[in-house]
Ligand binder design. Structure first.
Ligand code: SF4
Ligand code: FE
Length: 483
């Protein structure tokens, strides 16, 4: 079963015995919870589209591990073309869901762990690469969704992991046994963890010798004893419980994040990919972050396409589409969105093979991509709000629209362009609200800032990769300056 259907995916998640908490209560049935279900539907789309012949080229690839056709979200990139197709696939999914479809973190962890374990083994004579290849083949054969867990809570930012007042603020090894290790700690903001079958844990930053117990990477099933997930609140999340689908804006799809706690979780030897080789923590972080910064040049662009479309429809419905400043704002939004895409494609096309043979993006361009993502979606959202008008935040509820007494007032006073129903006008405004201020704003706005690393993390990489000495040499050569 190399490719799973969307329906089979949902049922496979239902079988997991995950410990999920929300609003102070255990969620007994996360699959059917109205607040959580839209996020599961987004991941489902990664399965549904892979079944369609017209998307086979983007959504699937032939595995270098098994020789079988697998979902691209489980693929180890074999070429720069694979990297380009990854970004195109993410744009497609952003367009189809207008939300975070979550499965990319596992794909990015896969490719970072693959090349890093190869290099650890070469230096230390360990067997992590073989461990990982077996795990990756298992994931591909069963078409599993994997969460990539990197971000530790980090406590006092001025202190190293071993210096923290509470040693658990970075996930670490608490016991080494014959048959494996026991770990404790937590990973924050875990995108899609409760919609995943497995979780790959990675260190969160470069480590020194004193932090060797924190330099740990492994994979375990998400329902392993000791793992607890606490769902993050999203703006307007409880609207999904109220039953008014119009008020939600995007009632079918969404994203989800959770604080994920590992309380003395046992990891068997064959699932360990790093265990104390602290000097490789930085390499793993840099590569994972690089891949995920590339990812944003696809997913955010796809969601941006929907937001630009929504703004244009709102302009039509308002009767304002002919105004020259509206046309110009839509051009500006498109320019910004396509600039992000250009960065995603460029860092992919400039990809190169690692020692292990899989392909890595150009790290400088991937960091430039993400740096732009920390800015442009905010400007695109600002322009969408500008075009939409104030009604985006003052419109009455669906219940008012349907009410026999006040509904006719809503109907009458919020009519605009001829031939457009008030309900459709409210629908498009609620979608803009959802993307810029509601549940989807987690993925489109704040995640654009902090996901895959906050802006300063990219600036450090840009400084490191920018090759200023070479540029100084160029200038001196042209100016006829001899050192
Ligand atoms: Fe994928 Fe984008 Fe969500 Fe990250 S934010 S998991 S790249 S959809
Ligand atoms: Fe992300």
């Amino acid at each position: 079963m190399a490719l799973m259907t969307g329906e089979a995916y949902i049922e496979s998640i239902r079988k997991l015995n995950m410990q999920v908490y929300m609003f102070g209560k255990k969620v007994e049935d996360p699959v059917d919870d109205p607040i959580l279900r839209p996020s599961l539907n987004s991941v489902r789309m990664t399965y549904d589209l892979a079944q369609k012949p017209e998307y086979q080229d983007l959504m699937t690839a032939v595995s270098g591990l098994t020789g079988e056709r697998v979902n691209r979200f489980t693929h180890i990139h074999q070429s720069a073309e694979d990297l380009v197709k990854k970004v195109k696939m993410q744009r497609l999914l952003g367009q189809q869901t207008a939300a975070c479809f979550q499965r990319c973190v596992g794909m990015d962890a896969f490719n970072a762990v693959y090349s890093t374990t190869y290099e650890i083994d070469k230096k230390h004579g360990t067997h992590y690469f073989e461990n990982f290849r077996k795990f990756a083949a298992y994931v591909q054969e069963n078409d599993l969704t994997v969460d990539g867990a990197m971000t530790d809570p980090k406590g006092d930012r001025s202190k190293a992991p071993h210096e923290q007042a509470d040693p658990d603020l970075f996930l670490h090894i608490v016991e080494r046994r014959e048959d494996g290790i026991v770990v404790r700690g937590a990973k924050a903001h875990q995108t899609g963890v409760l919609n995943s079958h497995e979780v790959i844990v990675m260190p969160t930053q470069s480590m020194r010798a004193e932090d060797a117990d924190y330099a740990v990477s492994f994979a375990v099933p998400t329902d392993t004893p000791g793992i607890t997930m606490i769902i993050g609140r999203q703006s307007c999340d409880t609207r999904k419980r109220e039953g008014g689908e119009l008020d939600v804006g995007n009632s079918e799809f969404g994203g989800v994040e959770a604080l994920t706690i590992f309380e003395d979780v046992f990891v068997p030897n064959e699932r360990i990919f790093m265990c104390g080789e602290y000097e490789f923590a930085g390499m793993l972080v840099e590569r994972f972050a690089g891949y995920h910064r590339q990812s944003y040049g696809g997913c955010k662009v796809g969601v941006g396409d929907v937001l630009i479309g929504a703004a244009a429809v709102a302009a039509d419905y308002n009767g304002a589409a002919g105004a020259s400043h509206i046309k110009d704002k839509l051009i500006e939004m498109t320019h910004l969105n396509e600039t992000l895409y250009a960065c995603g494609i460029a860092c992919s096309a400039e990809g190169h093979p690692t020692e292990s043979g899989n392909y890595l993006i150009d790290l400088l361009l991937a960091n430039v991509c993400k740096q732009n993502v920390t800015r442009f979606p905010y400007e695109i959202a600002r322009l969408a709000e500008d075009i939409a008008g104030g009604l985006v935040v003052t419109a009455p509820s669906e219940a008012d629209l349907r009410d026999p007494k006040v509904g006719p007032y809503v109907e009458k006073y919020f009519r605009a362009a001829p031939g457009v129903s008030t309900e459709d006008r409210l629908r498009i405004l609620r979608l803009i609200e959802n993307l810029t201020l509601g549940t989807a704003a987690v993925g489109y706005r704040t995640e654009s800032m902090h996901g895959a690393g906050s802006p300063q993390a990219q600036r450090i990489m840009i400084a490191r990769q920018g090759n200023l000495p070479m540029k100084k040499r160029l200038a001196k050569q042209i100016a006829h300056i001899k050192d």
